[in-house]
Design a protein around this ligand. Structure first.
Ligand SMILES: NC(=O)c1ccc[n+]([C@@H]2O[C@H](COP(=O)([O-])OP(=O)(O)OC[C@H]3O[C@@H](n4cnc5c(N)ncnc54)[C@H](OP(=O)(O)O)[C@@H]3O)[C@@H](O)[C@H]2O)c1
Length: 287
């Protein structure tokens, strides 16, 4: 049960799902260690929330920042309890794999996978001692792969696997691990994504750009459609709170209906490819 001395670490607390989760947690009486990368974000949080939020400089790709977080928890928590860790920091990415640079994939994996792992691993001794919980923000893209967003999916599939492993490894220690698998959510991620997509397109060779002209337009249209239907970040924050407070937290809080996933994976690969391409407005081979 939560008490006023319960604190949660939220990474990526400056924006979107992390910011909404922080807000929902403070409203429910939690204190929050807020991982942010910039002084301005730290200042804004302090001004908005006062003493219930402690901003911590945290770039999840920087070992030194993660060690700083551990030290901040040691000094800040004392007799208080670390109720949970919410890994909300993350990057999106969209481009055909042909346009994706190895450095793009490496960056996605570094932030979305290794970054989550780095922070979680560092917080584990305290989480274990306090029987705290881990909540990892994945995506529907971590359940099914689509053309144009496969590199992002690769990072989220890896996150799903790490989370499943961690959940099993920590079950006997009483540390629950949950995945949140949202569909589209209205956050600044989409504006960042648009800029990244433009950069990827500009960097592609003229012949590859020509080959991808129509399919890329379809992928962009499909993403614009998803963005238009995006849920509010507060709805995802409610799931984060649920995962942190439910007596029996679920392994997954998914936007995708289970029947849809079961049907997708019951198909043979060729049929699933065909259905996915059609759903994205692309032409399957032989059509
Ligand atoms: N929005 C969606 O439609 C959607 C759907 C499904 C899943 N998700 C997932 O939800 C998570 C949060 O996304 P969002 O929509 O809230 O995006 P967002 O508004 O762009 O927020 C991303 C957050 O991650 C932080 N971040 C980025 N790189 C970081 C790094 N190296 N170290 C520490 N923090 C870093 C950002 O910090 P700065 O402000 O300093 O850049 C920001 O606080 C991501 O994992 C995303 O994949 C989002």
């Amino acid at each position: 049960m939560k008490t006023p001395s319960d604190w949660v670490v939220v990474t990526g607390a400056s924006s979107g799902i992390g910011a909404a989760s922080l807000d929902a947690l403070v409203q429910r009486g939690f204190g929050v260690f807020a991982g942010v990368r910039r002084d301005r974000a730290a200042g804004a949080l302090l001004a908005a929330y006062g003493r219930r939020v402690v901003p911590v400089r945290l770039d999840v790709t920087k070992e030194g920042d993660v060690l700083g977080l551990v030290e901040r928890l040691r000094r800040g928590l004392r007799a208080r309890r670390l109720h949970g860790l919410v890994n909300a920091a993350g990057l999106a990415f969209a481009a055909p794999l042909e346009w994706t640079q190895p450095a793009d994939l490496a960056r996605l994996l570094e932030v979305n996978v290794t970054g989550v792992f780095r922070v979680t691993r560092a917080a584990l001794p305290r989480l274990r001692a306090d029987r705290g919980r881990v909540v990892n923000v994945s995506s529907g893209a971590g359940q099914l792969t689509a053309p144009g967003t496969a590199a992002y999916s690769a990072s989220k599939f890896a996150l799903e696997s790490l989370s499943d492993g961690l959940r099993m490894e920590l079950s006997s220690a009483g540390v629950h691990v949950s995945l949140i698998e949202p569909g589209p959510v209205a956050t600044p991620l989409w504006t960042r994504l648009e800029a990244q997509m433009l950069r990827a397109e500009r960097a592609a060779s003229p012949s590859s750009r020509a080959a991808w002209k129509e399919p890329w337009a379809q992928v962009r249209a499909r993403l614009a459609q998803a963005r238009a239907l995006a849920a509010p970040a507060s709805a995802v924050a409610d799931l984060v709170v649920e995962a942190l407070t439910a007596e029996r937290p679920r392994a997954r809080y998914s936007e995708t209906p289970k029947a849809e996933l079961v049907a997708a994976y019951a198909m043979d690969d060729a049929e699933r490819d065909r259905q996915t391409l059609l759903a994205w407005g692309l032409t399957p081979a032989g059509s």
